[in-house]
Design a protein around this ligand. Structure first.
Ligand SMILES: Nc1ncnc2c1ncn2[C@@H]1O[C@H](COP(=O)(O)OP(=O)(O)OP(=O)(O)O)[C@@H](O)[C@H]1O
Ligand SMILES: [Mg+2]
Length: 424
């Protein structure tokens, strides 16, 4: 029953009630007047019809005005809502398709016309499944049935547009429920083909940047042995003598460069490192000898102390381990100025080997200390910020830990704890 019909019925009922009440009240009034005052009775009889018309006229005017006013304002509100909805539908940057319970197109917005390359009139009444690529239509039908149960369903699928171009779309099926009655489904469609392309490009460029970072890491590791080789050659040049210990170390360093270069060829595919039992004292002695040439050249005093009489064994890869200690000692060399001091020591406490590298260099403020080990964090002009990140990785693999103590302008102590080898 529409609103105007309801108002007409209400007005008729009120008219009847007023009429009945009027007759009852005026009749009983007339009866008493007829007995008491015949003149008043005659006057009342003459004017009661006019009075009825006048009173009901005013009354009906007030209530009809009140009800129709209410009806008009709700109609206006409805029109406004409808316009708002139409605007949302027409100007939506997403494609919107209104589908009935069978999945047939009722209407589509201009954005959907653009995507599908069809005018709204050409699609009306056609089943939306024809728009989807045939191999996806079964899956879409399942989602459609699911949304008819009152659920909003999101999924991705592909369509072939008018120019036979494959487009990737993200669809949301929203059930249209009006006064608890299911009328159909809104399909809100977004073309995500470009987004996907951009994502692919991003993944690709991310891969390239990872390769770039790896290449930087490898270059960094080659720089270390090259520095010591340079030191030894400069030393030989000065002394005009060939020291067999030095040439042995130089050959080992050349081997290291060789290994690192091979790593460059298998970027990212890190081969499993074979851990074996190594004498940490021997290993540190080699690093010490290696770095000594550089510290001598820079007027830096460097000492090495072994606090345990017995050999300290750990399970590690000797090349990796040396690489780690070199990185830390190199940082100390870079932190101290002329006449600086660096101390390397080895101890075994509880079940751990404890390596300590301390310097009296520039040190670090607590904020900088917090960022230690963060890949690519460097305060040096030519630093890559990879040195300590590599150390962290190596130590982590050995189930060890690295600890920094530092004070600005006083110096830094790096303590490394690695579990002792339990195997014989
Ligand atoms: N012994 C130290 N004294 C003072 N600062 C240090 C010390 N060791 C590390 N740092 C700080 O930590 C930062 C990161 O060190 P890391 O070895 O990872 O990279 P880097 O030395 O800057 O560059 P790279 O090692 O790649 O040449 C350094 O830039 C420096 O600021
Ligand atoms: Mg470094």
């Amino acid at each position: 029953m529409n609103q105007s019909h309801k108002i007409a019925i209400k007005v008729a009922i009120i008219y009847i009630i007023i009429g009945v009440l009027w007759i009852i009240i005026t009749d009983s009034f007339s009866m008493t007047q007829a007995k008491e005052d015949v003149q008043t009775y005659a006057m009342f009889q003459h004017s009661k019809g006019w009075m009825f018309i006048f009173i009901t006229g005013i009354f009906l005017y007030i209530i009809i005005r009140y009800w129709t006013g209410k009806m008009l304002s709700s109609q206006q509100e409805f029109n406004l809502k409808d316009e708002q909805y139409q605007s949302l539908f027409k100007h939506n940057p997403d494609c919107v398709l209104e589908l009935n319970l069978e999945g047939n197109v009722v209407s589509i917005n201009p954005e959907a016309e653009k995507l599908l390359g069809h005018q709204s009139d050409n699609l009306k009444g056609k089943n939306a499944n024809h728009l989807i690529n045939w191999n996806e239509s079964e899956k879409v039908s399942v989602f459609f049935t699911q949304s008819l149960q009152g659920e909003a369903v999101k999924f991705e699928t592909t369509i072939q547009n008018m120019s036979d171009e494959k487009r990737i779309i993200r669809v949301t099926f929203l059930p249209i429920i009006v006064q608890t009655e299911m009328l159909g489904v809104y399909a809100i469609v977004r073309d995500i083909t470009e987004l996907r392309r951009e994502e692919e490009l991003m993944i690709m460029s991310e891969k390239l940047s990872v390769i770039g970072h790896l290449a930087a890491a490898v270059a960094h590791e080659i720089r270390n042995p090259l520095t010591s080789l340079k030191g030894f050659v400069q030393l030989m040049d000065m002394t005009k003598e060939v020291n067999p210990i030095h040439s042995d170390i130089m050959l080992k360093e050349i081997d290291r460069i060789n290994i690192i270069s091979s790593e460059l060829l298998v970027l990212g595919k890190k081969q499993d490192v074979a851990l074996c039992k190594i004498d940490l004292g021997d290993c540190l002695q080699q690093v010490y000898t290696l770095m000594k040439a550089e510290t001598n050249l820079n007027n830096i005093e460097m000492g090495y102390q072994v606090k345990k009489a017995e050999p300290v064994y750990i399970m590690a890869d000797s090349i990796e381990l040396k690489q780690m200690v070199i990185n830390i000692v190199k940082n100390s060399i870079e932190a101290v100025s002329d006449n600086g001091k660096i101390g390397i020591s080895l101890d075994a406490i509880d079940d751990y080997a404890v390596i300590s590298v301390s310097d009296n260099g520039i040190g670090m403020v607590p904020e900088r200390l917090k960022r230690i080990g963060e890949p690519f964090y460097s305060t040096k002009e030519r630093g890559t910020g990879i040195g300590l990140a590599i150390c962290q990785k190596i130590i982590h693999r050995l189930d060890g830990e690295m600890h920094f103590e530092s004070e600005k302008n006083k110096g830094t102590t790096v303590t490394i704890r690695i579990p002792l080898a339990t195997m014989l």
